[in-house]
Ligand binder design. Structure first.
Ligand SMILES: Cc1cc2nc3c(=O)[nH]c(=O)nc-3n(C[C@H](O)[C@H](O)[C@H](O)COP(=O)(O)OP(=O)(O)OC[C@H]3O[C@@H](n4cnc5c(N)ncnc54)[C@H](O)[C@@H]3O)c2cc1C
Length: 420
């Protein structure tokens, strides 16, 4: 068994997959460690769907702000008829197949069913990580590491300082257990949605519905008669406390059943519906964010601050589901506006051979609420992989990797870093 790699990526969500693929394409050896049985992270384990919007209009022309490996994934889904025409709803079963193929053909070594559980470090360098799996405890060594666990597990194990949730009380955005209903008469559901919503709101106000969410959030799927629900809401629990997360799963499942029974009994089109599936794992919008070389703020986003070390773009709204209960706040970017994400937000304090990718980069609660979506975390991951490869080849600390080289390779690999 090979136990030494140039790079180890912990976590196989969109950030981790893109990081592993981009690094492997730069010719370095990559091990990707994932606790579940497939790649895709929340998009598969937590049934998150669809891709949130990643386009804007500049000079009358529609441009994509998320390109590179993310767009390649979309292309592969399109070839298999597994994504709708608006590039939004996708089939996560086909996605799992596509991501396996892309990672393996890039040369990434995959290790599933393995839970990162320890590290060994020397001063400010990580030497190895340990995983717990059916083989026991296994230790793997590498020169560089990327933390793409969403919850910053590797960073925390390595002693990187971090923040949890919003500044004033450490509360995180709510957790949501997504689910699907089958056997829905879609035309009648659409016609009746207004009345269904009004009844839901009334019953919630009367205390007959316990779910604190203000409305029923439903998305179409690629399958006839099946709807996707992103509509449970569990608040005030800590996603990185195991007992809290267990309580969240129990509470959310009660809410799934409450919504299922409500719709079946009261809503047009749902009379013959069945509870088809719930996600394997409750979805975590926000938990720990590392303290990095640069803390990305809401102000940076709203002012569209340009950074010399920009490695990804975004314009998704600052979409904050109320961490305390009902309500969702938004700040929408105007057409043509987009923000930069700097490389320094991927560079953690204290550790020299670690980069962080995905929803746990160095950002405030408010900034994270925008950069957390699948297209953007993919681009952040893409950049982290290239950053690690550049650092490896020049034997420098991750924070000292040449930013011009990183940007040059990213652009060669199809990423977009500026809009002309
Ligand atoms: C309920 C909900 C709805 C959302 N809706 C949308 C939406 O509609 N559209 C959109 O674009 N975005 C949406 N998002 C946001 C988006 O899904 C996430 O922010 C994004 O998936 C984060 O990607 P990531 O790669 O950083 O982390 P994740 O997708 O969480 O991936 C982390 C990976 O690391 C693995 N892992 C974690 N810890 C360990 C460990 N210790 N050892 C080994 N492996 C580990 C996990 O199994 C997982 O595969 C939603 C999020 C949630 C929770």
């Amino acid at each position: 068994m090979q136990n030494k790699y140039d790079l180890i990526v912990a976590g196989g969500g969109f950030a981790g997959v893109c990081a592993a693929i981009s690094a492997a394409r730069e010719g370095i050896s990559v091990l990707l460690i994932e606790k579940s049985n497939c790649l895709g992270g929340a998009a598969v384990n937590s049934l998150v769907n669809p891709f949130m919007p990643f386009h804007t209009k500049i000079n009358g022309k529609t441009v994509s702000l998320s390109m590179g490996i993310f767009i390649e994934i979309i292309g592969e889904l399109q070839k298999l008829n597994a994504i709708d025409k608006k590039l939004a709803s996708f089939d996560e079963e086909i996605l799992k197949y596509v991501l396996n193929k892309m990672a393996v053909s890039a040369g990434v070594k995959l290790l599933y069913h393995s839970w990162l559980c320890g590290i060994r470090k020397s001063n400010s360098k990580i030497e190895s990580v340990s995983v717990n799996n059916k083989s026991g405890i296994q230790e793997f060594f590498a020169d560089y590491f990327i933390d793409a666990t969403g919850d910053a597990d590797l960073s925390v194990l390595s002693g990187v300082p971090y923040r949890l949730g919003r500044e004033k009380d450490r509360l995180c955005q709510p957790m949501t257990l997504c689910f699907r209903l089958s056997g829905v008469d879609i035309d009648r559901y659409k016609q009746g949605y207004g009345a269904t919503s009004r009844l839901y709101i009334k019953m919630r106000e009367n205390g007959k519905i316990k779910n604190p969410r203000e409305n029923i959030l439903i998305f179409p799927t690629l399958h006839d008669g099946i709807l996707h629900f992103n509509s449970t809401r569990v608040v005030r629990l800590n996603p990185v406390d195991a007992f809290d997360k267990t309580r969240a799963e129990i509470e959310a499942r009660e809410q799934v059943f409450e919504l299922y029974e409500f719709l079946k009994k009261h809503a047009d089109g749902f009379e013959n519906c069945r509870l088809l599936s719930t996600a394997m794992e409750i979805g975590v919008r926000e938990s720990r964010m590392i303290d990095g070389e640069y803390l990305l703020t809401e102000d940076d986003l709203k002012k569209c601050t340009r950074f010399e070390d920009c490695i990804a773009l975004g314009n998704y709204d600052v979409d904050i589901h109320n961490p305390e209960g009902t309500g969702t706040s938004h700040y929408y970017f105007r057409e043509g506006e987009y923000y930069d994400i700097p490389y320094r937000s991927l560079v953690p304090l204290n550790i020299t051979n670690l980069l962080v990718a995905g929803r746990c980069v160095s950002a405030t609660h408010e900034a994270q609420a925008s950069i957390r979506i699948l297209p953007i975390v993919s681009c952040i991951g893409h950049a982290a992989g290239v950053g690690a490869a550049v650092a490896f080849k020049s034997s420098t600390a991750a924070r000292e990797a040449s930013i011009s080289k990183i940007r040059e390779i990213l652009q060669k690999q199809g990423a977009v870093l500026t809009i002309r």
